[in-house]
Design a protein around this ligand. Sequence first.
Ligand code: GUN
Length: 280
Amino acid sequence: MPLIDGKKTAKEIREAIGREVTELKAETGNVPGLATVLVGEDPASAVYVRSKNKICKELGFISLEHTLSEDTKEKDLLALVNELNQNEAVSGILVQLPLPKHIDSIKILEAIDPAKDVDGFHPVSMGRLVMGTADLAPCTPSGIIKMLDRYKVEIESKHAVVLGRSNIVGKPVALLLLHRNATVTICHSRTQDLPKVTREADILIAAVGRPNMVTKDMVKEGAVVIDVGINRVDGKLVGDVAFDEVEPKASLITPVPGGVGPMTIAMLMHNTLKAFKAGS
Ligand code: GUN
């Protein structure tokens, strides 16, 4: 089975980070700190943040958890972000998205000190990503590149097709692939004859949030297929790729769950460690 095991790859990365943290602690007495901020009661967000905090502790990081009510005022959230910017024990700040509708997410993301922007969502981080000088790249996109590298997938000169143009996944992963000399096509809801475009992909990345939308007629024989979708259908997690019918055509494919998801958290820890080392 041509599976990319994100769970195993993420575990290996976490273990390497854990070992480095132990060494840093012995040398300096200090460890990285991650502050997470969860606003409201979105159940999926609560699961993600809990998982981030748990792994933080497992790796020996300081974990500062802020859980705020749905009706938190924008100015109070801004004040918390400013406080975390000043806190020397905090190497990285993660404000879980989406935020409640009455809060301007852009304003909050812009308030985070770029040096602590472990999500890579600040406009300064995004600008550096465009220029190819980013220290902290968004976690899901950098997790995808890491997986491709671990599985020795050649990126240079390949045609990578990205489905989805979100700021969190589609746009940044397209840029990372471009910096690795892939030829990159970004597709979206207005793309004409989508199957014709996706069939040209050597590397196909699906990040649209529509269950099973990538079917076998859309995939070239031997393509590498990365499924970023996490959709809940009848209580079950499914990706954007119709796995059972696409898997026989793919040379490599990520499962859902156990593919991209665990890599995102591993890269968050990687970014937090990097921010810590840059600041100490
Ligand atoms: N919501 C969905 N994915 C992410 C992520 O990677 N970071 C944050 N902060 N919120 C998210």
